[in-house]
Design a protein around this ligand. Structure first.
Ligand SMILES: [Zn+2]
Length: 504
């Protein structure tokens, strides 16, 4: 593994940034319209990861969120932002989307920080993927198969049909049904109860009837998505084997309903017949035994190592990547867990060794900057982050981290550079709350309080915290000249009305 060259030529930076999701943002004068159509992702996700596959996500989200907040105080899954992983996902999806004729649709993969396996589409622009699915997939081909299947749901127009079907059901009943399934998934994921045990108590008529309709509806679509996936894989000269491997695992899991049921089984029913039908067409592929390229496998291994380093306990990381394993992925995982758990000087030495081996890998420089920044060494973090920005061809996420390091260095001479980096980053990533927050701090230090307030308001707004957003925006608005661009932006937020239930 260590001898495989890493291709650091993609325009993307790394760092595992966990942040609130930011699907809403007032772009024009009418943010309410935008938001009614694109409710906060955070809210959508709060309805339960497994459920979004059934629902378009555009209808009930706001009130489901409220209802669930009362029912169970379950934190919403965080969206994971990481350029290294996002770049790899783009690499995996690009050929598939092209084969599906969806290249123009700008479909992105949104990563959810959740250890369970799940993948689903909730609208025609996003494929949601749990990091657990990445972690569990040993080859790129396995996850590419899952992505091809999700693309099959999008290209098949399944979402629009589901929306229609849901629109005929009574809203309140659907909400109750969703909460029921959400609780089942939560229970199953935590190992508290098996699906079989929890379901009957939670899903009662008429919710049960709706659930059956929706699930049978989804079932009828699964084979169509499978067939589409096989076609996309064949058209792009990729193996269908990984998809079969993944689905077979779930088919077996569904036979032995155990405590640990992945939500993927609920979003994608896997009756035996479906797998048999899929296998029959998949094995006809001339590419069935084709392997992923060593370069792609390497990047996949690096991604899994990174996820381990950032999300697992140090003991678990060392079990999976013992010191005897001197491959780059293993060293990457150990360096990350080292800095995350307090051994900063040891970790920096490990990262420096990685950099010595691959000096043009932007993600190693980014990791060094992140490790230093999070250890309170903001000034020392600046040079590696600058290098990472350059090597990544200007990654917005790394720019935001550089902006943060420039601010935290406390050096007033660096304030303008921070502003510049953050503005450039936000131009590319206009939904990133983190960037607005940093920008607010930088503006505050420069004494520009109205714009600092406005950016803080924007950050809160993007996270769905409308109350705070409105307070901050109102304060900013009082300081701006009436009708000025800042005043108008603040006005959008002040007058924003969250979407109501039943709005379509
Ligand atoms: Zn499916």
């Amino acid at each position: 593994m260590a001898s495989v060259a890493f291709e650091a030529d993609r325009s993307a930076p790394p760092n595992l940034m966990i942040e609130q999701i930011t699907a809403i943002r007032p772009r024009r004068r009418r943010p309410a319209h935008v938001c009614a159509r694109r409710p906060s992702l955070a809210k959508r996700l709060t309805t339960g990861v497994a459920l979004a596959a059934f629902v378009s996500g555009q209808i009930f989200t706001a009130s489901v969120h409220t209802a669930q907040a009362q029912v169970q105080a379950k934190p919403s899954p965080a969206v994971i932002r990481d350029t290294e992983i996002e770049e790899l996902m783009r690499e995996y999806t690009r050929p598939i989307l092209k084969a599906a004729g969806l290249s123009a649709q700008k479909i992105e993969v949104v990563l959810i920080g959740d250890r369970t396996f799940n993948a689903f589409v909730a609208d025609s622009h996003r494929i949601f993927l749990n990091t657990g699915a990445l972690y569990d997939s040993i080859t790129p081909n396995q996850i590419i198969g899952v992505l091809a299947h999700e693309t099959g749901h999008i290209s098949g127009g399944h979402l629009a049909k589901m929306r229609e079907q849901i629109a005929t059901a009574q809203t309140a009943a659907i909400v109750a049904m969703l909460l029921g399934v959400g609780a089942v998934v939560a229970g199953a994921a935590s190992g508290a109860r098996g699906v079989g045990e929890a379901a009957p108590g939670l899903l009662m008529a008429p919710q049960e009837a709706i659930r059956r309709t929706l699930i049978s509806y989804v079932r009828s679509q699964e084979e169509s998505a499978d067939r589409a996936a096989v076609k996309f894989l064949n058209d792009t000269g990729q193996s269908t084997k990984g998809m079969i491997e993944t689905f077979q695992r779930f088919a077996n899991e569904s036979l032995f309903l155990s405590r640990q049921v992945d939500p993927y089984l609920l979003t994608h029913p896997m009756p035996r017949e479906r797998i048999i039908a899929l296998e029959a067409i998949a094995r006809e592929s001339p590419y069935f035994d084709k392997k992923d390229s060593p370069q792609l496998q390497f990047r996949h291994d690096m991604m899994r190592a990174k996820l381990a380093g950032f999300t697992e306990r140090p003991e678990a990381v060392l079990r999976r990547y013992p010191p005897s394993n001197t491959s780059l992925p293993a060293r990457y995982a150990r360096a990350i867990t080292g800095y995350r758990h307090g051994n900063i000087s040891g970790a920096i030495a490990q990262i420096d060794a990685l950099i010595a081996e691959q000096p043009n890998n932007p993600y190693f420089h980014e990791l060094k900057g992140q490790a230093l920044l999070e250890s309170g060494k903001a000034r020392e973090a600046i040079p590696p982050l600058r290098t990472a920005v350059a090597l990544s061809h200007g990654s917005a996420l790394i720019r935001m981290m550089l902006g943060q390091a420039l601010i935290q260095s406390g050096d007033k001479a660096l304030a303008d550079e921070a502003l510049q980096e953050l503005r450039q980053a936000l131009a590319k990533e206009p939904n990133a709350s983190f960037g607005y927050r940093q920008l607010a701090i930088a503006l505050g230090r420069k004494g520009d309080l109205p714009n600092a307030d406005l950016n803080s308001a924007q950050a809160a707004f993007n996270e769905g915290d409308f109350k705070t957003a409105k307070q901050l925006a109102a304060r900013a608005q009082r300081s701006f000249p009436n009708g000025s661009p800042g005043w108008l932006k603040a006005d959008d937020i002040v007058n924003f009305k969250p979407p109501k239930i039943g709005q379509n």
